[in-house]
Ligand binder design. Sequence first.
Ligand SMILES: Cc1ncc(COP(=O)(O)OP(=O)(O)O)c(N)n1
Ligand code: TZP
Ligand code: MG
Length: 208
Amino acid sequence: MIGGLYAITRETDDSARLLSEVEAALRGGAAVVQYRDKSGDVARQHEQASELLALCRRHRVPLIINDSLRLADLVGADGVHLGSDDGGVREARIVLGADKIIGVSCYQSLDLAVAAQAAGADYVAFGSFFASATKPSAPRADITLLQHASRVLHLPIVAIGGITPDNAESLIETGADAIAVINALFEAADIEARARCFADFFIAETED
Ligand SMILES: Cc1ncc(COP(=O)(O)OP(=O)(O)O)c(N)n1
Ligand SMILES: Cc1ncsc1CCOP(=O)(O)O
Ligand SMILES: [Mg+2]
């Protein structure tokens, strides 16, 4: 089940730093890790994804590979995250099998999420809900989409885009089962403490 803090890695050629930062996020309570690298450097991506998988396995947290079904399959990751240019859910399911996690970017479209659910996705992601320095060009989604989606879908819903400790609760209260974060997590001075801050929002939600 996808839920809680969904940590998405920042691009870097410093693999040691990447692993150290992700380990801090895991210690702080990250429930899912996604490896997202747009460099096109296959050797770096294979090395980093393989090392991240070993780290995530030690913490019993799933590692999802962004964009590349091939890389996800090659390293034996726990799943793949697909956007509109990354291939289809049905193809990914054939390649990865029933036990792997397939997530789909649905931007600001409930129709895309309904189609992803019908195709067999394991979770859907909406966003960007707030301005994102990581992805300034991302289409914006309105928070009311989470209300509608949580009534219509029976899949975990991930929110993404410009999420910070100041705006995360509004997304969770409105229906997000997980919050996907890059900069507000990995640019923090204390990544472990920042991860715990995000993870604790979900504890508060279940106690309410
Ligand atoms: C959980 C989650 N949601 C959205 C994205 C965006 O992925 P990206 O490859 O940057 O863009 P699209 O392929 O979705 O257009 C993500 N990585 N993870
Ligand atoms: C990948 C992606 N897709 C929509 S917004 C975004 C970037 C999220 O990064 P940040 O949490 O730093 O805004
Ligand atoms: Mg993509």
